[in-house]
Design a protein around this ligand. Structure first.
Ligand SMILES: *Cc1c(COP(=O)(O)O)cnc(C)c1O
Length: 407
């Protein structure tokens, strides 16, 4: 028998040691990596079941919800988004979708593929979603079944007022679908207090896990809508009525093989989030953001987003005139093992994105980043005032209440 030979030249992969300060993934804490390196157990193993129950309880804490159906979807954040739409939206439903960046645009794709009729609201990329426009859209379309928006738009660094937006949807009796992929654990997010019905996040942003899992939560109102569907969801894998039998049953039955090691990593990151406390985590992101911000501004960078809507964990700055931003990112990677993010869509080549998410939101990362920029920028023709960035960061830290480092 003539077999196709194995490819030539393959060997074990050795990951380079990077510092991840882009839009995600972020640095993963050694505790999370160590947890994931434990032996694989079966996804119906009693020991694993107990860990899953804890994971659900810990997710309720980070989402600040009592929702029974709160669990990690076995796939990346994009699947969390799709799960919301394929379950909550039926053919013919009207959905109001807010677009102020890349991810709002993807919500439209999802709503349309689920058969929804989309009422689109646009805000400038870099601005938050406008509550006035949302109210006007509901007045024009009072029978809209849902409002969908991105809490923390990672493509721009803008944070929208989720509490106000959800309040408006409630007034009109509509459900809310909220993207919290980048916001969870990085900025205040109160699912029950704000009346959010369907929410999803991602493991690789402020939770500081490897990519591939999407924590999600659904209110009883959302589940009523799913139960009242006239047609089956077009997705088998994401159909919540089937997933319930695995995640929410006392006697779990096989739905799909849960990615056990990844879930052990998520569990560890949630234990760490509970140890730190949500308020301390939000404060830590803000504390290092202010230092990075003052340092970046001392280097001549200007923020895309107005101060009141800025996400601490995603810092977007304009590319100064004449600077080759691709060369800057390449050099930071080659010489400093530092990854930062480029602009997306209409902002490609126009902005740079500095992430301070999860375990990446720490002092040594801010220092490395500012030092590296100060070294590289002059070589690319952008003059800097030597030492000014680190001095600015130093005084921003000094002016704030100190926060505890992540152990
Ligand atoms: C990263 C991100 C997603 C997509 O998550 P993946 O894990 O890449 O699928 C969705 N929404 C927002 C706001 C994000 O930042």
């Amino acid at each position: 028998m003539q077999l196709i030979p194995p490819p030539a030249g393959t060997a074990s992969f050795t990951a380079p040691r990077r510092t991840l300060m882009g839009p995600g993934p972020s640095d993963v804490h050694p505790r999370v990596l160590a947890a994931m390196a434990q032996p694989t157990v079966g996804h119906l193993d009693p020991a694993f079941n107990a860990m899953m129950d804890e994971t659900k309880a810990l997710l309720r804490y980070v989402f600040q919800t009592q929702n029974d159906l709160t669990f990690p979807i076995s796939a990346p954040g994009s699947t969390g988004m799709e799960t919301c739409f394929v379950n909550l939206i039926e053919p013919g439903d009207t959905v109001i979708v807010c677009v102020n960046g890349v991810f709002g645009g993807r919500m439209i794709e999802n709503a349309e593929r689920a058969g929804g009729t989309v009422v689109r609201i646009d805000d400038a990329w870099g601005a938050p979603v406008s509550p006035d426009k949302v109210r006007d859209a509901f007045k024009a379309h009072p029978h809209a079944v849902a409002l969908a928006f991105v809490h923390a738009e990672t493509s721009t660094g803008a944070c929208s007022d989720a509490a106000t937006l959800c309040g408006i949807a409630r007034e009109f009796g509509a459900l809310t679908i909220v993207d919290a992929v980048t916001s969870l654990v990085g900025v205040p997010l109160l699912v029950d207090a704000w009346g959010i019905d369907a929410i999803y996040s991602g493991s690789q942003k402020c939770l500081g896990c490897p990519p591939g899992l999407s924590p999600a939560s659904f209110s009883s109102r959302a589940l009523d809508k799913v139960r009242a569907r006239k047609s089956k969801s077009n997705s088998w894998f994401m159909d919540l009525s089937l997933v319930l039998g695995y995640w929410n049953a006392a006697n779990r039955t096989y739905h799909h093989t849960a990615p056990t090691n990844g879930l052990v990593g998520l569990h560890e990151s949630l234990v760490m989030a509970a140890e730190e406390g949500l308020e301390a985590s939000w404060a830590r992101h803000q504390y290092h953001h202010q230092a990075l911000r003052d340092g970046l501004q001392a280097l001549g960078f200007a923020y895309l987003v107005a101060p009141e809507a800025r996400l601490p964990q995603l810092n977007s700055v304009h590319v100064p005139a004449g600077l080759d931003e691709a060369a800057l990112r390449r050099t930071l990677m080659d010489e400093f093992n530092l990854e930062i993010g480029a602009g997306l869509g209409p902002l490609a080549g126009k902005i740079l994105r500095f992430g301070l998410m999860g375990y990446s939101a720490r002092e040594e990362n801010v220092r490395l980043c500012l030092r590296a920029l100060e070294a590289v920028l002059p070589r690319l023709g952008h003059a800097v005032d030597k030492g000014a960035a680190l001095r600015a960061a130093e005084s921003a830290w000094a002016l704030q209440q100190p926060v505890a480092a992540v152990a």
